[in-house]
Write a protein of this length. Structure first.
Ligand SMILES: [Fe+2]
Ligand SMILES: [Fe+2]
Length: 134
């Protein structure tokens, strides 16, 4: 997977959420780098655990903003967050059991970055623009 390199076109118009997304990109990049060390390496499991915790923290914040501003797609959007948490939780369990398919995980994360962050989260941009940023 090519490394995710942050660029200004990824901004959804919220300094806080952009910072969160940059942190998530860093964790995804670190997991992809771990691919060579195998899914059972301690570093891999630690980063996966950090991703699960940080994603929950980020989703809580993002969902609160969507709720506060009456974002119309928030239910569908929150559903995607829930499914992501479930997928990472399942993968974490598999990693502790030594049967995690790391390539599948890296593909999933890359796809999620493209489809969720760069498309679904991007739908929030006009809302933040109307509010003058968040
Ligand atoms: Fe989101
Ligand atoms: Fe997000």
């Amino acid at each position: 997977m090519p490394k995710i390199l942050w660029n200004p076109s990824f901004s959804i118009g919220s300094a806080v959420l952009d910072e969160h997304h940059q942190h998530l990109a860093g964790l995804i990049n670190r997991l992809a780098e771990c691919a060579t060390g195998g899914a059972h390496s301690e570093a891999f499991v630690d980063i996966l655990c950090e991703l699960a915790q940080y994603a929950k923290y980020h989703f809580t914040h993002e969902e609160k903003l969507m709720e506060e501003h009456g974002f119309p797609r928030r239910q569908m959007h929150s559903g995607e967050h829930t499914r992501f948490c479930e997928a990472i939780s399942d993968t974490s369990y598999e990693a502790t059991q030594g049967c995690c398919d790391i390539e599948h995980l890296v593909c999933y994360l890359s796809d999620w970055w493209e489809r969720h962050i760069l498309q679904e989260d991007m739908q929030l941009k006009p809302f933040f623009a109307a509010l003058g940023g968040n």
